[in-house]
Design a protein. Structure first.
Length: 262
């Protein structure tokens, strides 16, 4: 089981997916309650469809990685994952390799924050249900999830996070529902992103409005394309896998073609 030591006390679980290493790695960043395992077979399917190698990992506090010290987070927690943890993973696991980020929900927001740093090896970003601000749908969706948790309806998360589950859920729900977090907003950094971006969201996403997509498209500096999928909510790569695979594969193919141009 591959593990990456990021400091004296913490390790991250990761997996590599085989592919043509001449092509960019697809680096998968999971959602706010997600993990490597919760992606299912989607990372392998997208790598197979594109020929790209892949890297998927559990962020600190998730899945098979080291636990969080406690459930208290700050308004900068996504920045910390994007600007402290992610660079360490890339440097130690796929050093000097070009890559495309594929981020779902929190992972999408992390991708955008990282992209604003304009790293030279980043060749594109794909977001799925990403947030750039806290909107009404976000609050309502998390309130519903919190009530479901209290009734024991989300205990299936234990399968993926083990004894870290309660701390992780509280870290996620209490942060997003806090009064001080309602003003969290990363729209200011979007103009700094100049790589191609594909933005995917379900029309029935219970955690965010389609205004999230509109904001990303209108404010980034590079080519940005949005896809709103009908009859789909927060997890398009599961709910509409064939469609999402096709959309993402086309986007990645165009990036690869551009990289091969003299």
């Amino acid at each position: 089981m591959p593990n990456l030591k990021i400091d004296q006390n913490h390790r991250l679980h990761y997996q590599l997916i085989k592919g043509n290493t001449v092509l960019p790695f697809l680096v998968y960043l999971h959602e706010g309650l997600g993990s490597t395992a919760m992606w299912g077979d989607f990372p392998e399917a997208l790598c197979a469809a594109t020929g790209c190698p892949g890297l998927v990992y559990d962020r600190l506090g998730y899945g098979k990685s080291s636990p969080l010290k406690n459930h208290k987070r700050t308004v900068h927690y996504l920045h910390e994952y994007a600007l402290q943890e992610l660079p360490k993973v890339l440097e130690k696991v796929i050093p000097e390799k070009p890559f495309i980020l594929v981020g779902h929900s929190d992972g999408g927001s992390i991708s955008l924050i990282f992209g604003a740093e304009r790293p030279s090896l980043l060749k594109g970003i794909i977001t799925e249900a990403a947030h750039v601000c806290v909107d009404h749908e976000t609050i309502v969706g998390i309130e519903i999830a919190t009530k479901a948790w209290a009734k024991g309806k989300l205990r299936g998360l234990v399968k993926y996070h083990g004894d870290k589950t309660e701390t992780l859920f509280r870290a996620w729900s209490e942060t997003w529902l806090s009064k001080w977090f309602k003003h969290w907003n990363i729209e200011y950094l979007l103009p700094s992103i100049d790589v191609p971006i594909l933005i995917i969201q379900g029309a029935k996403d219970q955690y965010g409005s389609t205004e999230q997509v509109t904001s990303i498209i209108s404010k980034t500096s590079g080519h940005a394309h949005g896809e709103i999928l009908d009859n789909c909510s927060h997890v398009p790569h599961v709910e509409a896998q064939a469609v999402v695979l096709a959309i993402m594969s086309d986007f990645i193919a165009k990036i690869n073609q551009d990289l091969q141009k003299p």
